[in-house]
Write a protein that binds this ligand. Structure first.
Ligand code: GLC
Length: 414
């Protein structure tokens, strides 16, 4: 076990090591670019001791916004040979900075609201200049990802939960006939058993190629792509973003009617994700109407998005009894549960953190337990990418920005 003050110092060092000036990489080597929701968490980490740097992180993220409002999931500021797929593989040239062609969960508006609440003096000007871009991103989600009343992921990477079983059914409809010509870089750095399989990776790349063939033209992709899955994660995180955008807009005297209407549409829309067999929110393929057959940690973001549910609460209590370190990325009783493989079982500090934030707002005592479990997990395992939910052992990559950032925020107890 590490000591709190020692860990705080190390967490700052992780951020420093991953800092590239105006943006922060998730970790050196494995992820050498700016990732969207990672950056939002990095900003939260910086906010504990350097508010200016915290805002710069968000500003650099929005500097890659496409003219259509999309904020890409990866910004390739400086080319690296450590990562695949690179800009030429994506062929996505819609924005000012080379990027991927998809987005990622919009945590940034929520972080902007937190930063602004922590320091309104500094925050006022920064929000004022960032708000139009954030609103434009929200509109992009409504125009391009709002289907069946919820937000769809158009690629597993867009959800941020790459190999979650939430995508298994939709991916099973993709058939990669000819062998694809590419070589993975991730498995050179992390044990293969902790990463997505080759079959999954083939399909991820197949989807990238499909997007590239349409030049990332949304309306064409909507028709052509077999992958459009209603995602509890994107939906609840987006709902939360809208709530926070409403609060920020009110501060600047902006009209909020549309935001409120859309929030209400999404609240009603969440019934599309309710799987009455599982008695839980679950991912659902909009092409077939089929539900994922298990529940992931994203389903527990309902409170974060502003939706209370007794049945979800019952699941939460059950799972918290099964495992020691918070909410695993897959229901621990699912037959697909794998404690080491990425989003198919391990616990992620950021998910625990967001779930706990939501629970706290509904005054559930489990919020504190989850915050504490997250801290204990990091004390045991350090700043790992993710953790074994039973032992807290570190898994995946090391020296992770978002795990360090969650530590800093929780240790500071803002
Ligand atoms: C993996 C994660 C994703 C994250 C990225 C960088 O792809 O699944 O959520 O943004 O790594 O850390």
């Amino acid at each position: 076990m590490f000591r709190d003050d020692q860990l705080t110092e190390e967490a700052r060092q992780v951020l420093l090591d991953n800092d590239r000036g105006s943006y922060t990489v998730p970790t050196k080597g494995l992820y050498p670019y700016q990732w969207n929701w990672d950056s939002a968490f990095a900003s939260l980490g910086y906010a504990t001791n350097d508010m200016n740097r915290a805002w710069i992180e968000l500003e650099s993220l929005f500097s890659g916004q496409w003219p259509n409002g999309m904020v890409p999931h990866i910004l390739f500021h400086e080319l690296s040979q450590d990562y695949f797929p690179n800009p030429s593989d994506w062929g996505a040239f819609g924005g000012p900075i080379p990027s991927s062609g998809i987005s990622q969960p919009p945590v940034a508006p929520t972080v902007a609201k937190i930063l602004w609440e922590l320091d309104r003096e500094v925050g006022h000007k920064r929000v004022e200049s960032l708000l139009p871009a954030m609103l434009k991103w929200y509109q992009w989600f409504m125009d391009n990802r709002f289907q069946e009343g919820v937000i769809v992921a158009t690629h597993p990477w867009e959800s941020g939960r790459d190999n979650s079983p939430d995508w298994d059914k939709a991916l099973s409809r993709i058939h990669v006939d000819a062998p694809l010509d590419y070589s993975r870089k991730d498995t050179l750095m992390v044990n293969e058993e902790m990463r997505p399989t080759k079959e999954e990776y083939d399909k991820y790349y197949w989807l990238v190629q499909l997007g590239r063939s349409t030049q990332w033209f949304e309306s064409e992709l909507k028709v052509k792509s077999p992958f459009r899955v209603g995602d509890p994660g994107l939906t609840f995180i987006f709902m939360r973003a809208i709530k926070d955008l409403i609060a920020l807009s009110l501060e600047f005297g902006l009209e909020t009617t549309q935001l409120e209407e859309d929030y209400n549409r999404l609240t009603e829309g969440t019934s599309y994700l309710w799987n009455s067999e599982l008695e839980a929110y679950a991912a659902r393929c909009t092409k077939t109407g089929q539900f994922a057959d298990s529940m992931s940690s994203a389903s527990f973001l309902c409170w974060y998005g502003g939706v209370d549910s007794q049945l979800m609460y019952n699941h939460l209590c059950r799972i918290l009894k099964d495992v020691l370190f918070g909410i695993p990325s897959l229901d621990s009783r699912s037959t697909k549960f794998d404690r080491s493989r990425y989003w198919r079982g391990p616990t992620w500090a950021i998910m625990n953190f967001m779930i706990a934030l939501g629970l706290k707002e509904y005054s559930y005592s489990e919020a504190e337990k989850l915050f504490e479990a997250t801290k204990t997990m990091i004390k045991k395992g350090g700043f790992a990418e993710y953790f074994d939910p039973f032992t807290g052992d570190p898994k995946g990559g090391k020296h992770f920005t978002w795990t360090a950032a969650v530590w800093l925020y929780l240790a500071g107890r803002f």
